[in-house]
Design a protein around this ligand. Structure first.
Ligand code: SF4
Length: 390
């Protein structure tokens, strides 16, 4: 049986080379060919001897997920629907902006966490993605966007683990994939340009802090436990007090972690508290994502509660106008409500952005393009039973 070279980070590649009786230093060479040069076959690795190429060809291949759909919106947003077998699809989205290009990557097929406003959460959960399926999304995007390391053309400057799934629920594979992103022999990304978004799996936030303190975004969506229990059910397990404490622990370690040169980074205003704590460390804060749901979590009272909740934590807010989908049961907040909410947070000194809606022509809500996953949680069945009984 052949292995998929995309499944290996550097230590795994070295171990595999040792297991087939080859010198471990070959691992670096092959990592560069696979990820930096983006080759599709071992035959293209011209600085390996013919004998080694032949033995590798018998034992390994480069196997990214198959592209089922590739669409580009008028604003340049590009979305791929990838086939991950058994009738399941995942989504990868590239968002080009003036000073950067951001790739949004999926980590699971579906999601088990059932956030009330989330299209993916409604579809159920099938399985975790492998390392190769996660890093394969970056590999595919680079090829499709014409990345060329030799001339310094790198269309993907930033990665956000914010697609389908809860990344910390697939911890080992996600961390391995992010190690490949950060590896100087491959994509060489700064940890500040790789962001993991979690709904708040507290013990795994601590594990991430210790293993690989990349930039962290937390899907907050509510300023109190009563409302968050409804919108983000994992809050019942790890309520806000525990979540905020984990955020503080994360910022302490992430602030101290060394980072490589982030030259070329777009100028960005540090959020409140960062200004006086650590000049020149623009990612040493948590980004709180907050979906704006009309009449549910978007009043000035909620905004004031948020200010009180985060206190002096180094953080910024990203307000996300809700993207409706069929039977969502929620509506998008009005532009006036979003502005009012933003005003309260900014008045309190927090950098607060409002996410632009991008690529709507190719996209409903996030996760819709993938369609129904092969749900192993029987969630849809349970929901139907509830509807029938009520
Ligand atoms: S918002 Fe994220 S964690 Fe929640 S159900 Fe959707 S994909 Fe899962």
């Amino acid at each position: 049986m052949t292995v998929n070279l995309l499944d290996f980070d550097l230590p795994a590649m070295e171990a595999w080379f040792a297991s087939i009786g080859e010198k471990p230093f070959r691992a670096r060479q092959v990592m560069r060919w696979v990820h930096r040069a983006g080759v599709t076959g071992i035959g293209q690795m011209t600085d390996l001897s013919r004998g080694l190429r032949e033995s590798l060809e018998a034992a390994a291949q480069i196997l990214p997920p198959a592209v089922k759909l590739d669409s580009v919106a008028p604003d340049g947003t590009r979305k791929w629907l990838l086939d991950v077998g058994a009738g399941n699809g995942i989504e990868t989205v590239f968002i080009p902006e003036a000073a950067r290009g951001t790739l949004c990557i999926s980590s699971q097929v579906g999601c088990a966490l059932e956030c009330a406003f989330c299209s993916t959460g409604r579809q159920g959960f099938s399985r975790n993605l492998s390392v190769g399926e996660i890093i394969g999304q970056l590999w595919l995007a680079n090829r499709a966007l014409g990345a060329d390391h030799a001339v310094g053309h790198r269309p993907v400057t930033n990665v956000v683990m914010m697609g389908m799934g809860e990344p910390l629920a697939n911890f080992d594979a996600v961390v391995s994939a992010m190690r490949i992103m950060l590896d100087d022999h491959t994509y060489g990304m700064s940890r500040r340009r790789v962001t993991l978004s979690t709904s708040g799996m507290v013990p795994w936030m601590d594990r991430l802090r210790d293993a690989l303190p990349v930039s962290l975004a937390v899907s907050l969506h509510a300023p109190n436990d009563e409302l968050r229990d409804r919108l983000v059910p994992i809050n019942r397990k790890w309520p806000l007090k525990e979540l905020l404490a984990a955020c503080r622990r994360y910022v302490e370690v992430a602030s101290a972690a060394p980072d490589d040169d982030d030259a070329g980074a777009e100028p960005e205003s540090p959020p409140r508290h960062v200004k006086w704590q650590r000049q020149g460390a623009p990612r040493d804060f948590i980004t709180f994502e907050y979906v704006m749901l009309r009449g549910v979590n978007d009043t000035a009272v909620h905004a004031h509660q948020l200010v009180g909740l985060v206190g002096d934590l180094s953080c910024k807010f990203n307000l996300i106008p809700f993207n409706p989908f069929p039977d969502a049961g929620f509506e998008r907040s009005t532009p006036e409500a979003i502005l009012r909410f933003q005003g309260v947070l900014m008045e309190a000194g927090f950098v607060t952005t409002v996410r632009k809606t991008r690529g709507q022509e190719i996209d409903g809500a996030c996760g819709q393009l993938a369609g129904q996953v092969q749900d192993r949680t029987r969630r849809a069945q349970r929901r139907e039973q509830v509807v029938v009984r009520s």
